[in-house]
Design a binder for this molecule. Structure first.
Ligand code: SAM
Ligand code: SF4
Length: 354
């Protein structure tokens, strides 16, 4: 559906849990208390919201967390969401620690794409940031996901036409269904060696490597981001042949660049230095069932209250539809990261889902 300023809202991010098996310092450092399970939406409730969202024009769902793969049964949720009429793609963002083991089931369940979060290629720095010695595990999952992408099960063509893994891109075309794979790195300014090592993943594999400016939400407030104006200059100095890549890569706000000889592209998601609110297409559902319409503000709708109000099914669904419609319609025009005093969101990213 269109919001009040005419933006098409077709993308819903769903945080399935606030729990995580890592402790990234900018997201969920040691000592953070997790919500009691009864406060978290059940899969049944999530599916009811997804059905209503699809009626309102949502076409793409991203599962996030916390870490989505730590919640038991999440693969069956993927399967159920894939079956919701109107939903064209279900994707997931994960830290990759549990991914390799779950890949075959995720592919069987119909997962369309996976984003793997990885901020550094240095083992010590990875441990410092996340609290876990997990770099090798994540890199192994990245390779396995790419291999699964090349040999995935037969199925529908890639709906997003991502060049890093579609026939029109530079990567080899696969005969069947593809699992699109992207790397997401928060721009922590960890030095040129790290930058070089991260973008080399796109050289070696058909994977887009995307950098995300740190947003002043939750503990992210204490970690200044490397400005993407600066990052782009660094990339140009490293690779004078780098060129803007206008091909369609997915549903998000990343601006892509190609480097000669690289299989994947490099993406910049510049929430701070490249404000993209005018084309924002998304809303977010927190693990507690709050529909958030902008990262910056706590505006939105308490859908859990509607689901648990004890209404008869038909009335509950009508109320849910109306709550979601009203919230989406009045989505804020733009974030206010440049005016921190106006930020009204106090939840951490592990509860919101990024
Ligand atoms: N655990 C999963 C993961 O790490 O991909 C999913 C949840 S995590 C909150 C989703 C993404 O949000 C991760 O890529 C993480 O790096 C990013 N993130 C967390 N805090 C952030 C912040 N303050 N600004 C920008 N991105 C942030
Ligand atoms: Fe966990 Fe993801 Fe947050 Fe890291 S960024 S603590 S992996 S939820």
């Amino acid at each position: 559906m269109l919001d009040h300023s005419g933006r098409e809202i077709d993308y819903l991010r769903i945080s399935v849990t606030d729990r995580c098996n890592l402790r990234c310092r900018y997201c969920m450092p040691e000592g953070i208390k997790c919500l009691p399970m009864p406060e978290i939406l059940t899969y049944e409730e999530i599916c009811t919201i997804a059905e209503t969202a699809a009626e309102l024009g949502i076409r793409h769902i991203k599962l996030t967390g916390g870490e989505p793969l730590v919640r038991r049964g999440v693969i069956s949720l993927v399967e159920r969401l894939k079956a919701v009429l109107g939903i064209e793609a279900v994707t997931m963002t994960t830290n990759g620690i549990l991914l390799e083991k779950e890949l075959p089931s995720l592919i069987d369940a119909g997962l369309d794409a996976v984003n793997i979060s990885l901020d550094t290629m240095d083992r010590g720095k990875y441990r410092e940031i996340t609290g876990t010695d997990g770099l090798d595990t994540v890199l192994s999952a990245v390779s396995a996901a790419c291999a699964a992408g090349r040999t995935g099960l037969p199925g529908p063509a890639d709906p997003a036409g991502c060049p890093a893994d579609s026939p029109e891109g530079s990567a080899e075309a696969a005969p069947g269904r593809r699992l699109r794979v992207k790397i997401n790195a928060v721009s922590l300014d960890l030095g040129e060696d790290n930058l070089h090592a991260l973008i080399n993943i796109a050289k070696d594999m058909p994977v887009d490597v995307r950098f995300i400016e740190m947003m002043p939400i939750g503990f992210g407030r204490d970690f200044p981001s490397l400005s993407h104006t600066v990052l782009l200059e660094k990339l140009k100095a490293m690779h004078p042949g780098i060129q803007k890549d206008d091909r369609h890569h997915g549903y998000g706000p990343a601006v892509y660049y190609t480097i000669p000889g690289y299989q994947g592209s490099v993406g910049l998601i510049s929430a701070i230095h490249g404000k993209f609110c005018g084309t924002c297409n998304r809303v977010r559902l927190t693990s507690q069932g709050y529909l958030k319409t902008c990262l910056c503000y706590n505006d939105g709708a308490d859908l859990r209250a509607v689901l648990r109000a004890g209404l008869p099914e038909t009335e509950m669904r009508a109320a849910l539809f109306e709550s979601m419609r009203e919230a989406i319609l009045s989505k804020p025009d733009a974030h206010c990261f440049d005016k921190p005093a106006q930020i009204t969101e106090n939840a951490g990213m592990n509860a919101i889902g990024g």
